[in-house]
Design a protein around this ligand. Structure first.
Ligand SMILES: C[S@@+](CC[C@H](N)C(=O)[O-])C[C@H]1O[C@@H](n2cnc3c(N)ncnc32)[C@H](O)[C@@H]1O
Length: 299
């Protein structure tokens, strides 16, 4: 594949993998997590392993919709020489790759101007993003910080948030929206995507975890704990997450924030591994800072 490291991304883009190396992430994750995680290794190892075993889950579910939105909105965001895309909470290379796909499809004049920053409270996903960026020739920087605890000075043209609310206590969601809004430059927008709770979640996870267990068995990786302990920890992590059950709840949250919702769409997770497992819905929201006079967005 030809790449031009001078600019915002590869000249050609593999729309199958989005330039991600899920097997390579899986191969390297334990070593990276041992070095960089503090208390979150089970989550980050588990997340990467689950995606390697089940490429259809997580960001794969709404990737196409995200790319379509980014492709349309990236050209309207940013100035003439710079479009700054900020990812809040990374987990692995998935969201960065999705943004890079949107920039690629928006065309060379957009792609050449995009630079990316990922912010995460753990260095492990940022290291996976850094490796992705190096491999794909995109301009990338990272910040290890708690988005809520640290007063970061961020000036973004696009902020992308995928499932971060699940990791933050419900009573702090309003505060989170305020922080993200404060990062938006005029004419900038936020793209947030979030899964809505479904009754059969455990069936879906069970199937994903059976695959994960198989992969670990085949994978010759030296996990920091037994597969059972890891899967047990992942299950209890999942149960502890804060969830929304309907889009109205999420829209109410935005209504009482400084973010004005401009677009809402949704996608159903098609469960490819188990025909009987439930469908889970994800909701995608595009928002802007309602306190800044509207200029470009609706033109
Ligand atoms: C944003 S979610 C990403 C979810 C993922 N894309 C998915 O499909 O489920 C998880 C990431 O957010 C990070 N994170 C959680 N809370 C955070 C906080 N308060 N500040 C910064 N990063 C945070 C975690 O370390 C983790 O890497």
């Amino acid at each position: 594949m030809n790449t031009d490291s001078r600019c915002g991304g590869p000249l050609t883009f593999d729309l199958g993998t989005f330039g991600e190396d899920l097997a390579g992430n899986f191969r390297d994750i334990v070593g990276i997590a041992e070095r960089l995680c503090s208390g979150c290794a089970a989550y980050h190892v588990g997340f990467v392993a689950r995606r390697a075993a089940n490429p259809g889950m997580s960001v794969a579910v709404d990737r196409q919709q995200m790319v379509t939105i980014l492709r349309r909105l990236l050209p309207r965001a940013g100035g003439t020489d710079d479009i700054h895309v900020v990812i809040a909470g990374a987990s692995d290379s998935g969201i960065l790759a999705t943004c890079a796909g949107g920039a690629f499809l928006a065309g060379r004049s957009v792609q050449d101007r995009v630079r990316y920053t990922a912010i995460d409270r753990c260095g492990t996903p940022l290291e996976l993003c850094r490796r992705y960026a190096t491999r794909n020739g995109i301009t990338f920087s990272s910040i290890v910080a708690d988005v809520l605890g640290s007063r970061l000075l961020v000036a973004a043209d696009v902020v992308v948030v995928h499932s971060l609310l699940r990791h933050i206590p419900r009573e702090r969601h309003g505060e989170l929206l305020g922080v993200l809004c404060g990062w938006l430059k005029p004419d900038a927008f936020l793209l947030m995507t979030h899964g809505l709770r479904s009754g059969n979640e455990s069936g879906r996870r069970r199937v994903a975890d059976e695959r994960l267990r198989w992969l670990i068995g085949e994978g010759r990786v030296d996990l920091p704990e037994s597969p059972d302990a890891l899967l047990g920890r992942l299950a209890s992590d999942d149960r502890a997450r804060t969830e929304y059950s309907g889009s109205d709840e999420l829209l109410d949250l935005f209504a009482s924030s400084p973010l004005e919702v401009l677009e809402v769409s949704s996608v159903e997770e098609k469960e490819s591994v188990d025909a009987n497992a439930a469908l889970r819905r994800r909701i995608l929201l595009v928002a802007r800072n309602r306190r800044i006079p509207e200029t470009e967005y609706r033109r």
